[in-house]
Design a protein around this ligand. Structure first.
Ligand SMILES: Cc1ncc(COP(=O)(O)O)c(C=O)c1O
Length: 421
């Protein structure tokens, strides 16, 4: 029996209606930018396996560090214990995070990084004796699938069964250069009518919404407004973090720094699941008390797993190297050339790019999960390129180590697909 056939007996995959689509492609190997399936077919991983393996799959610099760490200390609980990989990672992260960040809290994945951020904001005010229970978030944002994260996500097409159980969230549009006054008056209304604890946002680029880019100055004004109303700003950098936008963090483009930042995905270079919620010293101090109950009682068993920390430290070493910084710059320049070439095509409604992220909207109506999407996925895979359209948006988010010829193949395949839509 093939892996594909064995898979169907016991497995339940995420984001899948098994009755309509029972097949899953069996991948047996990943190296650099290339995934290999059980029949030996190769695919360029043009979305870095959901924005994770930015230094390439099975990068030996990282796998060797991880292997060494595994021989030294595999895991120990992080409540009451500490260890070198966690301490070192906190030191390395603080060097590259926005300058107001000073505390590192460990989680397991992007959703729980957001969940912790939401709980931190609620408890920060609870500890002060203030009951604040509302959040502000952007329309069409995506922040994950646990209850708090689902609540603040505006992309809720599949949240129907849970909507009665979500926390209170008021939504504002993303700033587009023309709507700031309207957004600010909406914020005035929300802050006068509700007790708002936090504003959560994907800085500059909303990933799941289709890699849509918003106005940095407008975002800065929103953050300033929130700061002046003691609303905690929570940047969800789960997708944008670690160089994707051309800077270490998207928040580096914006003058007003967040109180809390959520990190995951590329944090561990695509090797192991881990996430971090960082915050300012002022947030941390809000939990210091003689009363044990004012502490942050949120914990995951594998918090600060030493092996995952080792992968993250190695990843940061690569990210900050001149080679990787140069590659990010070169990919961004290539995207610009591709954008210039393709933007006036009759089948292209819009294009945009920032750092290694490029997106193109097809000039056609297309369901998020539907026939045209399936046709496009097959078209890409048949040509050896793994791209995953988001609605009518085709986006690229390639590993930083991609070669010029691999990147060209991704561009050529996208250009060719315009002939079938
Ligand atoms: C911006 C953002 N936040 C949170 C998440 C959730 O992360 P995870 O899937 O690791 O729970 C995602 C996942 O795509 C994301 O893009």
């Amino acid at each position: 029996m093939t892996l594909k056939e064995r898979d169907k007996k016991h497995l339940w995959h995420p984001l899948k209606q098994h009755q309509l689509n029972p097949e899953s492609l069996a991948i047996v190997k990943a190296k650099g930018c290339v995934l290999t399936d059980e029949d030996g077919n190769e695919y360029i991983d043009a979305i870095s396996s959901w924005y994770t393996c930015m230094y390439g799959h099975c990068n030996e610099f990282i796998t060797e560090r991880v292997a060494t760490q595994m021989q030294q200390l595999d895991h120990v609980m992080f409540s009451d214990f500490t260890h070198e990989p966690a301490v070192k990672l906190s030191e390395e992260l603080i060097k590259i995070l926005p300058e107001n960040q000073n505390r590192i809290y460990f989680n397991d994945n992007g959703s729980t990084a957001v969940e912790s951020a939401i709980k931190m904001a609620l408890q920060f005010y609870f500890n002060k004796g203030e009951k604040r229970s509302t959040f502000i978030a952007f329309e069409n944002g995506f922040h994950g699938d646990t209850f708090g994260a689902m609540s603040v996500s505006g992309l809720s097409v599949y949240n129907g069964p849970f909507e009665d159980f979500l926390i209170e969230v008021k939504r504002i549009p993303t700033p587009n250069g023309n709507n700031l006054n309207e957004i600010l008056s909406q914020l005035e209304r929300y802050t006068s009518e509700f007790d708002v604890a936090g504003f959560i946002y994907e800085p500059l680029i909303q990933g799941a919404a289709g890699m849509t880019i918003h106005d940095a100055d407008g975002l800065n004004s929103i953050l300033k407004f929130c700061k002046s109303h003691d609303i905690l700003n929570i940047a969800d950098e789960v997708m944008t973090g670690f160089g994707k936008t051309g800077k270490y963090f998207a928040s580096d483009y914006i003058g007003t720094k967040p109180d809390i930042i959520c990190l995951s995905k590329a944090l561990t270079a695509g090797l192991l699941p881990m996430a971090i919620t960082s915050c300012t010293e002022a947030i941390y101090e809000g939990f210091l008390s003689d009363d044990i109950g004012n502490g942050f009682f949120h914990c995951h068993t594998y918090s600060a797993n030493p092996v995952a920390c080792a992968a993250a430290i190695a990843g940061i070493e690569l990210l900050t190297s001149s080679d990787i910084q140069m590659s990010i710059k070169q990919i961004s320049e290539s995207h610009q050339k591709f954008e210039n070439k393709i933007k006036d095509h009759a089948k292209v409604r819009a294009t945009r790019h920032l750092g290694v992220i490029f997106a193109l909207d097809l000039d056609t109506k297309m369901k998020r999960y539907g026939d045209l999407r399936d046709k496009l996925l097959k078209f890409f895979m048949d040509r050896g390129v793994f791209l995953r359209p988001l609605g009518n948006t085709i986006y690229i988010q390639v590993p930083y180590i991609i070669s010029a010829s691999e990147l060209q193949k991704v561009y050529d395949t996208i250009e060719a697909c315009l002939g079938i839509v």
